[in-house]
Design a binder for this molecule. Sequence first.
Ligand code: BES
Ligand code: MG
Ligand code: ZN
Length: 492
Amino acid sequence: MKIDVTKKLPDKMDTIVLLLGDKTKGSGAFEHLPAEYAENVDAFIEEGNFDFKYNTIKTLHHVCHKGGARIILCGLGDRHNLTVDRFRNLIASCIRAAIQIKSKEVFLFFPYAMPFSDTALGHVITEGCLLACYRFQKYQSDSPAPTPVAVHAVLDNKNTRHLNHGILEGRIYAEMTLLARDLVNEPANVMTPETLAEAAKQAALDYGFGIDIIMPDRIRRMKMDAFLAVGRGSASEPRLIIMRYRGNPEKKSSIGLVGKGLTFDSGGYCIKQPQGMLNMKNDMGGAAAVIGTMAAIARLNLKVNVVAIIAACENMISGSSYRPGDIIRSMAGKTIEVINTDAEGRLTLIDAVHYIIEREHASKVIDIATLTGAAMAALGPGISAVFTNDEEWMKKLREASEISGERIWQLPVHEEYREMLRSDVADLKNVGGPLAGAITAALFIREFVEGKPWIHIDIAGTAWRDKENGLYSIGATGVGVRLLISLFKLME
Ligand code: BES
Ligand code: MG
Ligand code: ZN
């Protein structure tokens, strides 16, 4: 999809989107609109047909004459409540309305100067358009539903440099989010640990970051037995994927980024119910976010050093699977009693976290994982749960959340719950019991960060949507990519 800024309007327009603010009622909004349209829309509004409330959308078909442009009216609501995030969602709604009437080309009109920078404006328009148009249609034989081929923002800026810069940047954020969505939406029969590693390698080639794929033999030699235990029941062997990007060579240290990469989670011998198992191809949502983020920071040339890791495997049932009651030794040396084979993510994560600190010398660690049903139950599909041992760093993440619009809510890493993980036979249990499941999972990972600054993002609820709305279509959301890019940008 082409997205640009334009002043000149063609004689014939396919679709016009009119953003309408509360205070702009009528004509003032239409300075650049051809008179015939302005008059007709004005009349329509004067008759009280439009309420200007945020996210009110009304489509008018051929208001002037047959063959004339279709007009989508969209309420901006009170100007003072208009944040970049609300604006981005609004653009997404407009584009959805345009898709519905099969628009090919859309002209976006603004009622007044938007209350944010030109760069931000270009950025969020682009994200709103590209994210709303996504659909995973690869496996459907019918020709894909058409989406607009071009969106023009009608603005009479003399200098379009900042707008264009924002558009360019927004395209990278959005496209790499869509890359993550594509990876997650691939079914587990296609997206095996090996395919995931290949996809990471392709991204490294396409966008320019370093990659190392470590094969099972070497994983075994490194004694990543917690990781290996989880993957042991699958016919598809595990892969350890290491990605490196050094945008600031003067600085020695790197930030460690860890993504949960279960290409499928059946639960293992503690098998899931069919309903709960259905979407478990999304259990590599953290890994996908990590790959998308690495690709994006390389494309953006951010001045940060990041080393990323994915312990990719599949949690299946077979004669070689791990069992409840097994005691396994993690790479760090701590032993773990397996209470529940469905609490597998944390086992893969702790070896990955240990590796990245021990072998890659990461100075801080951020992990992102579809880790607990408890996080999903607590915060639903719109908010990711976050945990930390470093409040200063968390402030930055909060800022990144506001910029990106990817919502987070911090839960406490409550010290007193640590004893829920105590085992009678090993150093730790892999499950803390029925209560505070998201917190005890975070506590479990914290045991392996060796006091380094650490943030944990639980995206179990947010990695997947059952309904399409705004920026999200049904299926993978690509959540984490825009949040993490924004975080790294703040850490430049
Ligand atoms: N992958 C799941 C968590 C999950 C649930 C992700 C729903 C996305 C949607 C994870 O491996 C899991 O099974 N967690 C268990 C842990 C429990 C056994 C302690 C859970 O949350 O039920
Ligand atoms: Mg599980
Ligand atoms: Zn899982």
